[in-house]
Design a protein around this ligand. Structure first.
Ligand code: MOS
Length: 753
């Protein structure tokens, strides 16, 4: 692509969908108008393990308005289990009497009104054959196994055991992170409408083709007979990445009834009918020389999953490659309990796994008597220690330098309990953030009209991240149009496939696809303009022409307006379909996206380079010396993620992630009753999250970085990195304030009294 054309990528732009959202014109899945819908209410299990002996449905059926009650007994043969995104089998509900976890969907009541369905659902009586469930780590009956080889890798570099034994400075400690639930404001709704053999599904989704492909498989119908629509999504954070059990239940309900069925589950049902972040434990061993160079890194992790699932996040793939170290050993275990199957939640591997590494690094700095930032500097590297590959770019220390300067780190007194302010103990802590620069395949259709309007059609997903806007920015820039002249259609399986909006991969995947389509348009117009005998651009070098400000232009200033240029190649509009296959993925990966299978080039799986995004987090905490209350008056993060397409929404992603990281350190945990294996704070009042008063000042710095190797536009993605390392930075600051090293999250007042 010719240089010197960048004018809009990198400029802050307001969300093009902002007005629709603010005025209520934006239709979220359950707002979509369908004719005469019936309403579904879920009946969920009240035991965590066992079997259903039978249902008593008479009282429920007697509620006026009740139309149907689905159970495994009457519809169990109509669908297969859903296929989870990763990790083998899952807990599912439709096909048998087996209860895998508390809150599992065991029946669906359908009625003329939501109220009737709810009333009847509460009148469903169930006879169970209950068994004693295992809730979590250490519960009787929980089964531990070494994670099976599969999607994730363990690293064995050098001899970490011997190097650790010989190291003059060591950290050897165990850490833990709790179960957490994403609670997007939009509930986990599903609306199904059949028209003959064709099914339309309205469901908030991070992967409309995935939902389509998996549902088709479950229902034994053609994927082409299913249309998934998800134009606006009220938050996702990973919770809408894979298909869950509810969709097939509602599709079957609508088919039996011959009428659209709408499900709007309750908030507490959202804790058990979809995925969540698994509880983890870690053992870290670090060995270092007296000047702080790491000689050994061992990281063993444990993750809770459901009985049948192999789901795990294996964040050791990141922790093995943050610092230079000649001897590395990683291992991951999973622990099966009677729980729903976990899944993606913002920075799924890095949030729980970078926590122990970054706290251990802080502990090592203390042991060495070294500044924690300097410890990171000594161990910085431009080569991936796990594989020996170069990083395509890595600006970890630039992030530390910029955030540290802004924070004022220089004036920190390293001694714990040294920075008091009246009754408040002041602590400053820092930690690294790292996240792979992933990218998925994407197809797109771009249409240009003689009036200088463009339309971008792509089955992308805007889960609140700003995808609508970055697509418009990219097309506007590459076609030389104002952003207002670009319309974007996304969120539907009628559009060209664009993979899964997850793993911070989406902006890179979809913007590179749009750029490719726009480049094809530019080439077509340029070639036609230079070969003609009578145009302003006749005989020019086609590769040097650019589309800018509504015209095709040469570097010397000759130009031809868009209408004239377009008229040479088309009598009407010019429509281009393009597919972008990222480096490292096979041609078939685009077919996989259409088939609804996950296919992604990962930052740690490329053969030519390791592609990672880095950042640095700095936090001030104040701990009350008498009450143990912890406040976070300010936090500064810096992130280097290659090309930033829209700094405005990028900044929002970063501060949102940082605030969530504060919550992960101090507030968030899904509590589970150890006897019943039941979540007890499954609501928004008792599941604690930080609110404005908890987070007075959060600053995110976007550190300029150029990466020509990661992908043509140089985008590394930053939807998730903002949360990474924050939990450790808070924890390290609490140590600095109090002298107490807390290794299990969240940090509670009782840990500090
Ligand atoms: Mo994100 S948790 O990878 O959807």
């Amino acid at each position: 692509m010719p240089d010197g054309t960048q004018t809009m990528i990198g400029q802050p732009a307001l969300r093009i969908d902002g007005r629709a959202k603010l005025t209520g014109r934006a239709r979220y899945a359950s707002d979509e108008v369908v004719p005469n819908p019936a309403h579904a209410f879920l009946v969920t299990s009240s035991i965590a393990r066992g079997r259903i002996r039978g249902f008593h449905l008479d009282q429920a059926r007697a509620v006026p308005g009740v139309l149907d009650i689905l159970t495994h007994e009457n519809v169990g043969g109509e669908a297969e289990k859903p296929k989870p995104m990763a990790g083998g089998d899952t807990t599912s509900t439709l096909e048998s009497d087996r209860v895998w976890h508390d809150g599992q969907i065991i029946a669906v009541v359908v009625a003329d009104s939501f109220e009737a369905a709810r009333e009847a659902a509460h009148k469903v009586r169930v006879d169970y054959e209950a068994e004693r469930p295992s809730a979590t780590f250490g519960s009787p009956g929980a089964e531990e196994e070494v994670r099976k080889a599969g999607e994730h890798k363990d690293y064995h570099v050098g001899d970490a055991e011997a190097a650790f034994a010989a190291a003059p400075f060591k950290v050897d400690a165990r850490y833990g992170t709790p179960t957490q639930h994403h609670n997007p404001i939009e509930l986990f709704t599903t609306t199904c409408v059949w028209n003959g053999s064709k099914l339309t599904v309205y469901e908030p989704s991070q992967f409309v083709y995935g939902l389509r492909g998996n549902l088709a498989q479950q229902l034994h119908i053609e994927p082409g007979d299913i249309h998934v629509i998800s134009r606006y999504v009220g938050g996702a954070f990973g919770s809408r990445g894979g298909i869950t059990a509810r969709t097939a239940w509602i599709a079957i309900a609508a088919r039996r009834l011959g009428r659209p069925v709408r499900l709007v589950p309750t908030r507490d049902q959202g804790f058990t009918i979809v995925t969540y972040r698994a509880e983890t434990r870690h053992h870290i061993q670090l060995g270092a020389t007296s000047d702080g160079r790491l000689t050994a890194l061992r990281h063993e992790g444990w993750e809770v999953t459901s009985r049948p699932s192999q789901y795990n996040v294996s964040g050791t793939e990141t922790t093995a490659r943050v610092y230079a170290c000649p001897n590395i050993l990683t291992k991951v275990n999973i622990v099966h309990a009677d729980r729903n199957t976990p899944g993606f939640m913002r920075a799924p591997p890095e949030t729980p796994y970078m926590f122990p590494l970054e706290v251990a690094m802080d502990e090592l700095a203390v042991a060495l008597g070294m500044d924690p930032v300097e410890l990171r500097r000594v161990n910085d590297t431009m080569r991936d220690p796990a594989t020996g590959l170069e990083y395509s770019s890595r600006s970890l220390m630039e992030c530390y330098d910029q955030a540290g300067a802004r924070f004022g780190w220089k004036s920190r007194d390293p001694a714990p309990r040294s920075m008091r302010d009246g009754d408040w103990l002041v602590g400053w802590g820092c930690a690294s953030a790292a996240y792979p620069a992933n990218i998925g395949p994407a197809a797109v259709r771009v249409t240009l009209t003689p009036e200088g309007r463009a339309r971008v059609q792509i089955a992308a997903h805007d889960i609140g991240t700003g995808a609508y806007t970055v697509l418009a920015i990219t097309a506007a820039e590459r076609l030389g149009l104002p952003i207002e002249h670009v319309t974007v259609e996304l969120g539907g399986s009628e559009l060209p496939a664009a993979g899964l909006a997850a793993g911070s991969s989406h902006t890179a995947g979809i913007c590179n696809a749009v750029a490719k389509a726009c480049e094809e348009i530019r080439q077509k117009l340029a070639l036609a303009a230079v070969v003609t005998n009578d145009g302003a651009l006749s005989g020019q070098d086609a590769s040097a022409l650019v589309l800018r400000e509504g015209a095709l232009r040469s570097p010397a200033g000759a130009k031809e307006d868009l209408r004239a240029a377009l008229s040479r190649v088309t009598g009407g509009v010019l429509e281009v379909y393009a597919e972008n296959i990222p480096q490292g993925l096979p041609r078939e990966s685009i077919g996989k996206a259409y088939a609804g299978q996950m296919s992604m080039s990962r930052g740690h799986s490329r053969q030519d380079a390791t592609t990672y995004t880095f950042g640095a987090q700095f936090v001030e905490v104040r701990v009350h010396s008498r009450t143990g209350e912890v406040r976070v008056p300010r936090a500064v993060g810096a992130f280097a993620a290659g090309t930033i397409v829209n700094p405005l929404t990028a900044h929002s992603q970063c501060i949102g992630g940082m605030i969530w990281g504060i919550g992960a350190a101090l507030h968030e945990a899904t509590e589970i009753d150890p006897n019943a294996a039941r979540y007890v704070n499954d609501n928004l009042s008792e599941y604690l999250i930080p609110v404005n008063a908890d987070v007075p000042q959060v600053e995110a710095i976007l550190v300029p970085e150029r990466d020509d190797r990661v992908n043509p536009l140089g985008i590394k993605g930053l939807g998730e990195i903002g949360i990474v390392g924050m939990n450790a930075a808070v924890c390290n600051a609490v140590w600095h304030a109090t002298g107490r090293r807390i290794r299990e999250l969240p940090i509670r007042i009782e840990d500090l009294l």
